[in-house]
Design a protein around this ligand. Sequence first.
Ligand code: URA
Length: 274
Amino acid sequence: MSLSDAVGPDAPNPYELLSWYAEMGVTEALDETPRNHFADPVPAGGNGQPRLRPLPGRPAAPVRPMAAAATAPDDATVSAKALAREARTLDELRAALAGFEGCALKATAKNLVFADGNPEGRVMMVGEAPGADEDRIGLPFVGRSGQLLDRMLAAIGLNRKDDVYIANMLPWRPPGNRTPTPQEVAICLPFIQRQIELADPDILVCVGGPSAQGLLGFTGILRSRGKWVEYDTGTRRIRAIATLHPAYLLRRPLDKRLAWRDLRALKAALDGKN
Ligand code: URA
């Protein structure tokens, strides 16, 4: 449907339409006429922003560029590192993330999903990224996979209120739950690394492949899960293990036996038995 079809009495509310596009993962608007993206760019204005050509017959509307899009990815990573390093507490880190404009995911997410559980807990679990429920509520792992995660923890006598601190590699939901881009992961990495350093758990559990890859350098979660490695938080070395993501276990219940082995290994480590 073109925009000209969308102006009748039954036309959708443009804000709802835009939210729907964002939800579906649309990240670019296309013109009705083809555009040569390889042509010389429009010369920049004095403020360094591209000069916007007014549409025929209309004055150019002032445009506030989306801050996330205005920050080049390399600059965003550099500023993420600096902001993360400057944060001296988890509260400061949350505030730094809330003010950070370098990751485009923030523009489409409803909420910052920073953490849940007990930051004093001996275990820190890190998943991939918030889903729709987490985005709506602003807490990690509260949807179906979060409920399974809670049951898995309960099976070894742990609960998130007292024993476990939970966060994600990315604190904003990727639209439509799409896989985060490597660039988005790289931009958010300094924040989760600093979050681990500040929470200072005894044991890090990477929940699912993307977290295991981003934090431990593992490839192939089915091959690498259940293996203990050392993770350097920046201030000390702690034990780390990767396990299967509960969303995967909901699709492949037979593999719960593998996750059960990882949980038993976690419990034994907490009890000083391995
Ligand atoms: N999956 C994740 O990896 N994290 C969440 O918070 C929810 C689902």
